[in-house]
Design a protein around this ligand. Structure first.
Ligand code: IMP
Length: 171
């Protein structure tokens, strides 16, 4: 696979859209303590941009997941220490593809961590690949059925550092 020559979303488009998302989230959670639960590693740039635009009491939890262990399941590899019980939790995801990772995480959080509420902010959404019906309350962009990279998203751990969104394609 090689990096495509085109750009799907520029740095400027990304920052404008993240600003809009932050405005909506800030309005919805005004006066409440909000715990951002970021899914490592792909959500790091989105998390960093989003959290700095959110006013008030914003806390952070980190979780690392392995997607699709056997094509059907996801697995939790790491969770940072923070009590989510009774908290308003916003899951921060880089991309929702099949929905398997998010479905697993939401069920885990609901059952094991007893938060007051859970919503999802996904920077990208690839609806054409969806296998499970998962809620996405705040969505940055819907992307076509390509393997997208940049702004935290990788292909085999590469390209996370690109400040824009592009895609990889066969050589
Ligand atoms: P899902 O379980 O299929 O929804 O996959 C979610 C995870 O797979 C995301 O958090 C990403 O880490 C990864 N992923 C899915 N599609 C892409 C893509 O197009 N580019 C980069 N990573 C992706």
């Amino acid at each position: 696979m090689k990096l495509a020559s085109g750009i799907l979303y520029t740095e400027r488009q990304i920052s404008q859209r993240v600003g809009e998302m932050a405005g909506q989230i800030a309005r919805d959670y005004a006066g409440k303590t909000l715990v951002l639960c970021a899914v490592l590693k792909g959500s790091i740039p989105f998390l960093a941009d989003l959290m700095r635009l959110l006013p008030g009491d914003v806390r952070l939890a980190l979780i690392e997941m392995k997607s699709q262990v056997d094509g059907k399941h996801a697995k939790i590899l790491f969770t940072s220490s923070l009590d989510l019980a009774g908290q308003h939790v916003l899951v921060v995801e880089d991309i929702v593809d099949t929905g398997i990772t998010l479905d697993y995480l939401l069920k885990h959080l609901e059952v094991e961590r007893a938060p007051a509420s859970i919503r999802v902010a996904a920077f990208l959404d690839k609806p054409s690949a969806r296998k499970l019906d998962v809620p996405v309350h705040y969505r940055g962009f819907s992307v076509p059925d390509k393997f997208v990279v940049g702004y935290g998203l990788d292909w085999q751990e590469r390209y996370r550092n690109l400040p824009y969104i592009t895609w990889v394609e066969p050589e």
